[in-house]
Every structure is written in C-alpha cells, then in structure tokens.
Design a protein around this ligand. Structure first.
Ligand code: PEP
Ligand code: MG
Length: 877
C-alpha cells in the first residue's frame, strides 16, 4: 500500500473524500470542476482521474487495480464504475462514456440482492450497450433498434415498463448483436472491462471521428485527454426519486436566479438530454408555463429540488460561477456528475457577473474581465434571437453590429422615401460614397457587396449605430434591375424582406426575430465599475449634435473627432459647398463660403451645447474637393439646374479636380494651404460659435482644432499662424477671450517620424490610424476589403489591420511618434481617433503605448470603456 500510495498520489487525481482541487491542464476541465465542487462539500461520487501519460504505461492494469481498491475502501461491496473522458475545455462528450462497469454475469446475484432483480438486470444491459458502443465500436442505433423491436413486440411504451426478465432478454439480444458485429466475446471480468474501457476510450479520443467532431464544434482537435473512473450513482428504479437530469440554476436569457431543467425517471448519465425518452421538467413554474401534464420533479420530490437549489447556491458562492449541473437522484439523494458553465445570453452574462461580484463570490475586476466586448455590443443593439432559424444567403464583413430586417431598397433616395413614410428600409448598394449619407441615415440597415472594415459604408454605419454588412462578395447586386442574387440562385427584388446581421456579417432571407437591448440595471453597474478601473479616457467620433447626444448617452468624455466634411452633406449645405468648389476665383469662393459660415457656426454651437464644456476635437476639412461633386451625367445635370450653371462647367471642374490617387492627393491640410479661405471660414465659425455660446450660456466651450494629413511641420506652422490671425480678429470683433487648442492628426508616416518637431508647435496629437495603416502598408483602405478576408484565411495577415491595430508595424510607428513627441513635450495630450479606437485589442495596445484617450464611434463607446478597464486591470496584474 505504501508503494501504491507514493505512486498514486503523484500521478492520479482523486475526487471525493481526501481529494484535492485538480489542475484542469492535467486532469481536464470536467474533473477539475468536479474536484473543486467536491472540496466545498458538493455531493459527488468518488472518482480517480488518470492523465493521458499514465494510460500508456505498462503498469496500467496494476495501477487500475490499486486505484479501484482505494476507491472501494469503505464502500459496501465492489462498486460499479463509469469511465468518462475529461478534456481541457469543452468537448469531453465527443466520445461516449462507458457505464456500470462491473455488472458482469458473476456479479448478478450480489447486485440482485442489493438493488433488486429489475435494477440489477437494467444495470447489466446498460453495461453491455455502453461497452458495445464505447469500447467495441458497435453503432448505438443497433441497440436502439433492438429495444424498439422488443417494446413493439411486447406492446409496451417505454423501457421503464420492462420487467427484470424482459431486461435480461434484452441484454442477451445485445450480447448477440455484439457477437455479430465484432465476433468477440463480451469480457465478463470487471477488471478486464475497466482496462479495455480505459484503453478504448483513449483510442477513440484520438481517432479521426472524434477529432472531426471536436473540429466541427470549434474545440481543439488535439486536446489532451484525461480519464475519470468514477463510482456509479445509481439512478435506476421506477419511483420518482431515481433518475437523472440537468439543472440550470439561473435563467439563461436574463440571468435571474430561477432554476429550470429536465429530469428523467430511471435514467443514468446524460440520458435526460439524449432525446430517446421525453423527460419531465424540473420545476413547477416550467410545467405551468408550458402547460405540461407530466408533473415536475419539484412536485414529485420537492426535497430533491430544494437540495439542488442549495447545491447550486453553494457552487455559485464558492466557485464564483454559475454552472448547469448534471445530476443523478439515487433513491432521493442528489449526486452531481458534471458541472458546465451555464449557457447564457449577453444580458445574463452581465447580470451574473454583477450578482457574483456583489455577493463577494468574485471581485469587481474579475467581473469586468469576464465580460467580453461582444457581450456589450449585444447590449446596445438588437440581436438575432438565438432560438431563431437562420436562412443565410450571403456573407460579408461584420461592419457595424446589430440585426435589422426590412424591405430591400437599392438607392439612398428610396431609403429616404421609406423613412418619410416611417417605414424600415434595408439599403443595398455596390458601395457607398459621401453623397449617400442621407440615405444611410434613413436606412434601418445597410448592405454593400464591396468594401472593407474602414470603407465609407462601414465607418458611417458604425457612427450611426446602423447594422451593416459590407463586402458581401458572394451576392450579385444589379443596380439597374434592382435585384440581389444569392449564390444558391435565389433572387431578391425591391421590397423583398431580408435581414442583415452586422455582428456576424451575415445576410439572411426574410425577417428574423430579434432581442432588444437593455442598458440599465446590471449593465449600468458594470459600466460604472469599468469607469473606476480604467486609465484611458474614451471620447467619441461625432459629427453632429445628434451623434454627440448618443455619445453622451454612452458616457463619452468628449468628442475626439468631428469630421467637419460630413456637415456639408447635410440639408441644403451641399449647394453652397458646390458653389464654392465651382468658384472662378477667391472672391467667388469667399462669397460661397460666406453662405456656409452661419451653417457651420450653428453646427459647432450645437456641439458645444451638447458637450457642455467637454473637449470637442474639430477636424478641419479633409477629403478631396471632388468628393463633393456629383459623378453621373444625370446628377450633374440636376446640379447644373439647381445652381444655374452650365453642365459643361461642372464637368470641366470635375475633370480638373480628378486625381489618380485622391487619397494621396490634394486633401487634408493641403486644402487649407491651397485655399486658405476654406479653413479660415471653418475656424471663424468655431470662434464665433465659442463667443455665441459664452454669451448665451455664460459657459466656456473647449474646442480643440485639428489639422488632418499633416506631413511637414511647416504646414502646421503656416496654418497655426493663419488660425491665430482669425482668432485675433474674432476676439477684436466680439470682445471675447477665445481659448482653443490646436493639434495635429498624425496619420502619415512622416508625421510620426517628425512628431518631435510637430509637438513643439501643437497642443495635442491624435493618431489617425485609418490613414496611417493605409500608408504604412501601402494598402488602399477602400479596396482592401476585397482581398483581406483571403489574406486572413490563408494566414498571410493574422487579422484585418484596418480593424485591429498592427502592433508590429503601425504600432511601432506610433510608439516612435509618441516617444519623439513626449521627448520634447512630456505633457502633450495624445489620442487615437481611427476606427481602431473601438477595438478592444487595439485599446489594449493604446494602454500599453501610453495614450491619454481613444476616440471611437458613439455606439462603440461602452465597449471601449470596458476594454480600457480590462487593459488597465491586466496592466496592473
Ligand atoms: C484616420 O485616418 O484614422 C481618421 C480618423 O480619419 P479619416 O478616417 O476621416 O480619414
Ligand atoms: Mg484620416
């Protein structure tokens, strides 16, 4: 025994009396959880667990004999045993368990004496069946057919109607089936049964069938195996208090502490969930709600459900998690066979994390770390009901989360018309451009067949919080015919209802039921914990008052990017903007800008009013001017009529402004240098709005003027001077003190390298990681969506660099920029305002790189707040 003790203690894990907490990495998750439960007093049948390395040892048989001897100590007679896989993570059930090992022919007299003839015979035939399937490779259906044949022949309904003799006959039939299928005799020696069960389950675990099953369920194909040999809990017998079931201690949809589950009389293992027999429900409320006739376990054996409730509370308190419990009722006494994490909705995830932290079962930090960003997303947008059927017709990129159903429209105008009638519309386009923004505003969902994660459609939809799928290349969109063709040949026409799932990137046929978001209660509590834990501030990219309002609703700490060009696409502003572009000289241009000035002033006033003294980063005009001109002949003619200018003039100007590489052309601060009056108008609008705001409210606004696409410090120097001149002029006109700060968007590689010089003249820097990624990779942000999925699928890129920051390249450039800027101005404020500002992994990078804030679209703000908290907690650990 001494030798055995020394050997076993080191190599085997023990669950039950004298056992300890087992390491999941060695003994698998199932065994580790059971051991933890047993250690806090949960009734668990005793077991030993063998790590995979032991299975190959020559001493396997001796080891098993010795371990069984120890397991049996103190028990009445040799116990029946089960052998189950216990792997790391989920998926232990890809190989079947073998039950009732030891119920051999020789053991029958004793089993009959202890359990009665019927239960004893049932144990034996269950051993034969599970051994046949698990160790001898006989198909389970063979046994099921045999059972059904017998039931039909006897004219009885269920196997629980069979008596001892009939069960013995069934066992004989099963033995014959095994003989026919394998030609092998059934091993009657219990030790032989155990050794073979262990060996065969281990072999099956690594066989292609189990590997494929693991793969198809998203588990690790090569997951290591441990085997658990456990004393059987006997759930056999025809009274209500013998059976097996599963208990879910909380509501998977809401997280509320309300138990539900299934229970099958006269059953073992996971039988209640196998679907061969119809189980009853666990609790009375379930029976009443579902209007079932069969009484619940709670009604049949209230003490058992009370015991289950008390066990689950203990597990929650001691293990700090909510688990579903596989249990067996052996003559009324509860035994827990397996614990697995309760499957839960996003809402339940948050409710449970907050409840556990408030009860002191886990820390607040732990509650924050357990909440994935997807969970927050799901809280803020309607999501497809997990119970709904999905008829997927197209696949693209998940550009903006949430699900939306509606009739298809194929033009922004049609989306606007639907909105005017108060009707939903799903806008499908090849891709979108700035002039489509009003239609996108009106649409309830957006779908494009081209474009990547930072394409115009994706950026705008995220800003609007509109569910959006981009780059659904397997769909064929015919704009002329207004049709959308699926790969399977189905054609969807205008008015046909489809659904976009912007969280999954899927396009689905028809309307699909959705669940509505819930942003109060536990969610609000969790977010307040996140705010207390984070170091990074989170601002929002907001272009208009309505965006700012949304951002504030999500507790943004200011606006980190207002793209002023979006203001020009609103209402009637596009006309004076176009007049400005068509102007023949500076005087004409100034006349058009004079019309835009009050509108811009109003825009800024609205932002200042919304943000009540919080910082507002206003970026001066960025896109190339030709983006404001129409493209097609029809639209040009319409513009000519509206502005009363010859269409040829428009065409000529469009041609003149056309560039081979507009993204690297006359855009950003280059516009401000080339047409000083454009930026002059914009900053005058800012300063006048500041003065108006102060006059009207008595409060100060906090504008931070930002110059886009700077690559040389001289650009900044020149513009800084001009802006100061305008400020001085407005100060003199209005007698107001105008405190503003001036910063630079660092979005060219050269600006990163020259960040030291730039910082000398700037009050703040904000990294524009969309353009920076584009320029560092030499990868067009508008075209990359066409091939990045292939790149990611083939492992060329680990992920889409427009979505998650490329730490190796773009990240290094950013670190260089920060280092050089802080070397000359340690206190300079540094933010990030590209799309990466809403991506949790990128936020984690920002925490490490020493940013002061990130800025993202308003609907991403809560995700960013949580991610910032998680990054800070991890950094502290
Ligand atoms: C950027 O380039 O990262 C950015 C925020 O600016 P935009 O997307 O407007 O070019
Ligand atoms: Mg940019």
């Amino acid at each position: 025994m001494a030798v055995y003790d020394g050997l076993m203690k080191q190599d085997l894990g023990w669950i039950g009396p004298g056992g300890e907490v087992l390491d999941a990495a060695v003994f698998g998750t199932k065994a580790a959880l059971l051991s933890r439960a047993a250690c806090v007093g949960v009734p668990v049948p005793p077991a030993f667990v063998m790590p995979e390395a032991l299975l190959e040892e020559e001493r396997l048989e001796a080891t098993l004999r010795e371990a069984v001897a120890r397991l049996s100590a103190g028990l009445e007679g040799p116990p029946l045993l089960s052998v189950r896989a216990s792997s790391r993570g989920s998926g232990s059930d890809v190989v079947p368990a073998i039950l009732n090992i030891g119920a051999s022919g020789d053991a029958m007299p004793e089993l009959i004496a202890r359990h009665g003839p019927r239960v004893a015979q049932d144990m034996r035939r269950r051993l034969i069946q599970s051994f046949g399937v698990g160790a001898l490779g006989v198909e389970e259906e063979e046994f099921e057919y045999a059972l059904f044949d017998l039931l039909r022949e006897l004219g009885v309904e269920a196997e629980s109607d069979l008596d001892a003799g009939q069960l013995a006959d069934l066992a004989e039939t099963c033995l014959r089936l095994i003989d026919d299928a394998t030609g092998a005799a059934f091993p009657e020696d219990p030790c032989d049964q155990l050794v073979r069960a262990v060996r065969e389950i281990a072999r099956a675990w690594h066989a292609p069938r189990a590997r494929l099953r693991r793969l198809s369920r998203g588990f690790d194909e090569d997951a290591p195996l441990a085997l658990m040999v456990q004393v059987m809990a006997i759930g056999l017998g025809t009274g209500r208090s013998s059976g097996a079931g599963v208990a879910h201690p909380r509501d998977p949809a809401t997280g509320a502490a309300r138990m539900s589950g299934r229970y099958l009389v006269n059953a073992q293992g996971g039988e209640a969930m196998m679907g061969l027999r119809t189980p009853s429900v666990l609790c009375r409320w379930e029976r009443e709600e579902k209007q079932l006739r069969e009484p619940s376990l709670e009604e049949g054996d209230p003490a058992a459900t009370a015991e289950l409730a008390s066990i689950s509370q203990r597990v929650e308190r001691e293990l700090g998690e909510v688990f579903s419990l596989d249990f067996t009722l052996a003559g009324g006494s509860v035994q827990i066979l397996e614990l697995y994490q309760l499957k839960r909705s996003a809402r339940a995830t948050v409710q449970i994390a907050v409840d556990l932290a408030e009860a002191g079962a886990i820390t607040r930090e732990e509650a924050l770390l357990r909440t994935g960003p997807g969970v927050i997303d799901e809280h803020l947008h309607p999501t497809i009901d997990p119970a709904a059927k999905r008829d997927v017709v197209g696949q693209g990129l998940p550009a903006s989360p949430g699900a939306s159903s509606g009739p298809l429209v194929f033009s922004p105008r049609a989306a606007e018309q639907a909105a005017e009638l108060g009707e939903p519309a799903l806008l499908a386009l090849i891709e979108t451009s700035p002039e489509d923004i009003r239609g996108m505003h009106a649409a309830t969902g957006v779908l494009t067949v081209r474009g990547g994660m930072t394409s115009h459609a994706a950026v705008v939809a995220r800003g609007l919080g509109t569910p959006c799928v981009v780059g659904a290349q397997n769909l064929t969109l015919n704009v002329e015919e207004k049709t959308l063709k699926a790969p399977d040949g189905r054609i969807f026409r205008e008015g046909d209802v489809i659904t976009v799932d912007g969280g999954e990137g899927q396009v689905l046929a028809g309307a699909v039921p959705t669940l509505m978001p819930e942003i109060t209660g536990a969610f609000a509590t969790l977010m307040s914990w996140a705010d207390a834990a984070r170091r990074l501030d989170v601002r929002a990219n907001a272009d208009m008052g309505s965006d700012a309002e949304t951002a504030l609703g999500f507790a943004a700490h200011g606006i980190g990017l207002c793209r002023t060009e979006h203001m020009f696409f609103q209402d009637h502003r596009i006309a004076p903007m176009r007049q400005m572009i068509l102007a023949d000289g500076e005087a004409d241009r100034r006349a058009a800008l004079d019309k835009l000035l009050p509108m811009q002033r109003g825009d800024f006033m609205e932002l200042f009013t919304q943000m009540r003294g919080m910082p507002v980063v206003i970026r001066l005009l960025d896109p190339p001017l030709h983006e404001f001109l129409p493209h097609g002949t029809g639209e040009m003619e319409e513009m000519a009529r509206e502005l009363k200018v010859p269409v040829d003039k428009i065409r000529a100007r469009a041609l003149e402004l056309a560039e081979f590489n507009p993204m690297l052309g006359k855009r950003g601060c280059r516009i401000g240098i080339a047409f000083p009056e454009v930026y002059e108008m914009q900053v005058r609008a800012i300063f006048e709005a500041m003065a108006d705001f102060k006059a009207q409210t008595g409060q100060d606004s906090l504008p931070e003027i930002m110059l886009p696409l700077v690559s040389a410090v001289r650009e900044l120097a020149l513009l800084k001077e001009r802006i100061a001149d305008v400020a001085e002029a407005v100060r003199a006109e209005r007698g107001a003190s105008l405190d503003y700060s001036l910063g630079v968007m660092i979005e060219t590689p050269r600006a990163c390298l020259r960040a030291g010089d730039i910082a000398r003249l700037a009050d703040f820097l904000s990294f524009g990681t969309n353009d920076l990624t584009q320029m560092l990779y030499g990868l067009s942000r508008d075209d990359a969506g066409r091939f990045i999925p292939d790149y990611v699928a083939q492992g060329v890129y680990e992920h889409d660099p427009f979505h998650q920051i490329d730490e190796e390249g773009v990240g290094e450039m950013i670190r260089i920029g920060i280092e050089r800027a802080r070397a000359v101005k340690p206190e300079i404020s540094i933010g990030l305002c590209g799309e990466h500002g809403g991506d949790p992994e990128s936020i984690s990078f920002c925490e490490a790189a020493g940013f002061d804030y990130v800025s993202c679209s308003p609907y991403r703000v809560p995700v960013a707040r949580l991610a910032a908290a998680q990054a800070a907690i991890r950094a502290r650990r």
